[in-house]
Design a protein around this ligand. Structure first.
Ligand SMILES: C[S@@+](CC[C@H](N)C(=O)[O-])C[C@H]1O[C@@H](n2cnc3c(N)ncnc32)[C@H](O)[C@@H]1O
Length: 253
């Protein structure tokens, strides 16, 4: 159901739009140290395959051509590390996230993996990016866009900072419509994930928000429309794992 312009969803709750970012920040502040472990537990490791599909689409150059990627809402750096490891010596990744705790975990992981020369972590809001126009060859956002209060602003900003010819790629949870799988997915989402979240992070509410926010996110066709409205061309999407996630793509041409 549509909400008035100054209201939005926080999971299944309707809250003032101005309050959403603070509520989202509390969620990721609370789970930052256990975030990566929870991703593996909740998805049974599948998030790795989904991120590999994103990496294949990014396709960073193997040679010494310069390549600048912005990973929006990049959190603890998972996507950034994959791209930095797959790319050539002049591949550089900027992880931009609003949450200092998630970034701190990411920066520690980058140092442990010897990737701190290629990956930088910067605090910023996807709705108001601290980068000049046309500065990146590719912009990615994985499991981040549904947390951003004003999605249209984040898409406009991604478009602004991309170079002409650059690609926007967004990995996000989607809609499971396969008979049988949908009931199983519903059960797993609402009965299992919040309990695992409670056991591992001590924060059941954070994982209740996660599953509710997935259900409130626009369906893939509608989200593809929003990407087109931001100015992107050749907009497409591909669903994976029976519709559990979708990889969306658009080009700045
Ligand atoms: C589910 S995590 C995804 C992290 C990472 N991309 C991954 O796939 O593992 C969502 C991230 O979105 C970030 N986020 C939420 N609102 C944001 C905003 N307005 N601007 C930038 N990042 C934001 C959160 O801080 C969090 O790190």
């Amino acid at each position: 159901m549509a909400t008035p312009r100054d209201e939005t969803h926080f999971g299944y709750s309707t809250i003032p739009l101005a309050d959403k970012q603070g509520r989202v920040d509390d969620v990721f502040h609370s789970v930052a140290r256990r975030y990566d472990l929870m991703n593996d537990l909740m998805s049974g490791g599948l998030h790795r395959a989904w991120k590999d599909a994103l990496l294949t689409a990014v396709n960073p150059p193997k040679g010494d051509r310069a390549f600048a990627l912005l990973d929006l809402a990049g959190g603890t750096g998972d996507v950034a590390f994959r791209v930095a490891q797959a790319g050539g010596p002049n591949t550089r990744v900027t992880v931009c996230d609003i949450n200092a705790e998630m970034l701190a975990v990411g920066a520690e992981r980058a140092a442990q993996r010897g990737l701190d020369h290629a990956v930088t972590f910067e605090q910023g809001n996807a709705e108001e990016l601290p980068y000049p126009d046309r500065s990146f060859d590719c912009v990615t956002i994985a499991f981040g866009i549904r947390n951003v209060p004003r999605i249209d602003r984040a898409l406009a900003e991604a478009y602004r900072v991309l170079k002409i010819g650059g690609r926007f790629l967004c990995l996000e949870f989607s809609s499971v419509d396969l008979p049988g799988l949908d009931a199983l997915y519903e059960f797993y989402s609402f009965k299992v994930i919040p309990r695992v979240g409670q056991a591992v992070t001590g924060d059941r509410e954070a994982y209740q928000y996660l599953v509710e926010s997935i259900r409130k996110f626009p369906r893939p066709q509608a989200f593809a429309g929003m990407i087109g409205e931001a100015g992107f061309r050749r907009v497409s999407f591909r669903q994976m794992t029976g519709g559990v996630v979708a990889l969306h793509s658009g080009w700045k041409l």
